[in-house]
Design a protein around this ligand. Structure first.
Ligand code: NAD
Length: 498
């Protein structure tokens, strides 16, 4: 760590009630750089008593109204100050994210820019959003639906886009007037610690934002198992989502789940070849496939499949895998050695299921990469929809290939998944493109593109990819309760029981 990075990460303790505190009941964790295995920081981790203290602080702040009753314009001002501070520390934040996750510095810069954009988007939205008046048919009645903050939120994020995913929650929650306890992934807590520092610097009242880093089974479970939280917003794996939904059900806590995906990318014979190859490669191998919306399931028309796959194999072999801090690297390591073991198990599974390994399938030979958790872009041809390698999220650089003959079959394959987060369609036929994107049961569908998004449009999944939506107006609505106020301006005796 250097300069600004060190300043942002000074005292990596818990942040509770406006103060950086050492945990009462937790411990510490070494945070490693996946590019070379070195320890880059040691952070404090919470115990369940610390989680209770953080939730209590958020509750006191909410009940005191120090944030929840502030006018939207004042909340927006704070969000804009946070955005400015993020901009000021953009380079340091990007370095922190790269050292922690392994992704390339270029990707981290894009992430930080997206984080800044989401704070600005919600600052703008919250000031333009107003009450809704309802026509009851009775001129004496003024009926309006107003929005109020949901209360205390538990915000839990994964390790692949640590700051981005957390900001998709923190920015709208702050805009709505909620108070919160945030828990980053124990694997990648550093950028969230830095964000807390900047939010504090921007002047958020004590107790509105609290940070408890630590293990999911301890800190996450304590945070989701309490009746004192009004909303749980979680991004992560499907099995963790199930555990959280169960915990939420116990207290009828509102819950929003952004889970995994196994995202189809359909290429028709009439697609622009060069654009489609580029989109499939980027969709599958960006950030070494550790992307919830990664297009890891290629569904390609049989008439072009052989040539298309041969080109993918050629291009995949040329992807420069290396440390995220080295400018020539095009993709970095997997987030940890443990995670790489899971990916390797999936490659072994694909082979045992009879898929044809045509690219990668191993660690890079370069001895300079031996201490990092690298894995080569991997392609399995001749896959079938019944294979686990086709149906399960591997969360690594593994692309499977299936062939189709008709449009109907392509749609059927694209929808043959328990998930439904994202999908891509490559075709030069506009009518076909429109038919297919409408038929696919996924939360985001790209036509002649892949992986792009804007904070103004909703993000979330069908099926096992989750419930609720982040981003866009729905992303703000998650953090609000609606209240209907019925004002009778000319009250009279009703006489029902006369
Ligand atoms: P994970 O489910 O292992 O962990 C996510 C978070 O949940 C972490 O902070 C973890 O500590 C916490 N957690 C773990 N067990 C918990 C429990 N019992 N109670 C409460 N919290 C608990 O996921 P991950 O490995 O960090 O992230 C990868 C997953 O996230 C992938 O499945 C990916 O698709 C998904 N993801 C989804 C989106 C989306 O927008 N839909 C975005 C990014 C990642």
């Amino acid at each position: 760590m250097i300069g600004d990075d060190e300043q942002l990460l000074a005292s990596p303790h818990l942040y509770i009630d406006g103060t950086w505190v050492a945990p009462v009941g937790g411990g510490t964790r070494q945070i490693r750089n996946p590019a070379d295995g070195t320890v880059i920081a040691v952070v404090d981790e919470a115990g369940s008593a610390d989680v209770s203290a953080a939730v209590a602080a958020a509750r006191r702040a909410f009940d005191a109204g120090s944030w929840s009753t502030r006018p939207p314009t004042e909340r927006a001002e704070l969000l804009l100050r946070v955005a400015e501070l993020l901009d000021t520390h953009r380079d340091a934040l990007a370095r922190i994210e790269t050292l922690d996750t392994g992704k390339t510095l270029h990707e981290s810069h894009i992430d930080i820019d997206d984080v800044i954009a989401v704070f600005r988007y919600y600052a703008d939205l919250v000031t333009t959003d107003s009450d809704r008046f309802v026509d009851t048919g009775n001129p004496a009645v003024v009926s309006r639906v107003v929005h109020e903050p949901v209360g205390v939120c538990a915000l839990i994020a994964p390790w692949n886009y640590p700051l981005l995913q957390m900001s998709w929650k923190v920015a709208p929650a702050l805009a709505a007037g909620a108070t919160m306890v945030v828990k980053p992934s124990e694997v990648t807590p550093l950028s969230t610690i830095a964000l807390m520092r900047l939010i504090a610097q921007a002047g958020v009242p004590a107790g509105v934002v609290n940070l408890v880093q630590g293990d999911g089974s301890v800190v996450g479970a304590a945070l989701t198992g309490t009746p004192d939280v009004d909303l749980i917003s979680f991004t992560g794996g499907a099995s963790t989502g199930v555990a959280i939904a169960r915990a939420a059900a116990e207290h009828i806590t509102r819950v929003a789940l952004e889970l995994g995906g196994k995202n189809p990318h359909i290429v028709f014979a009439d697609a622009d070849h060069a654009i489609a190859v580029d989109a499939v490669l980027t969709g599958a191998f960006l950030h070494s496939g550790q992307v919830c919306s990664a297009g890891t399931r290629l569904i390609v028309h049989e008439s072009i499949a052989d040539g298309f796959v041969a080109e993918l194999v050629r291009r995949a072999a040329g992807i420069r895998v290396g440390p995220g801090m080295d400018p020539p690297s095009q993709t970095g390591p997997l987030v940890s050695a443990e995670h790489r073991s899971k990916v390797e198990a999936y490659v072994a599974l694909g082979i045992s299921e009879g898929a044809e390994l045509v690219a990668g399938g191993k660690r890079p030979d370069d001895p300079r990469l031996a201490n990092g958790s690298y894995y080569l872009p991997t392609i399995f041809d001749r896959c079938h929809r019944s294979m686990r390698i086709v149906q399960e999220e591997t969360f690594g650089p593994i692309l499977t290939v299936e062939r189709f003959s008709t449009e109907t079959e392509a749609i059927e394959l694209g929808n043959d998944t328990s998930y439904g987060l994202a999908a891509g369609v490559q075709t030069s036929d506009r009518d076909r493109g429109e038919r297919v994107v409408r038929a696919l049961r996924h939360g985001t569908v790209w036509l002649n593109d892949f992986g792009t998004y804007t904070p103004a449009a909703e993000w979330g999944g069908f099926g096992r990819s989750g419930t609720g939506r982040e981003l866009g107006p729905s992303g703000l609505a998650e953090y609000r309760e609606s209240k209907h106020i019925w004002h009778n301006t000319a009250p009279a005796v009703g006489g029902w029981f006369d």
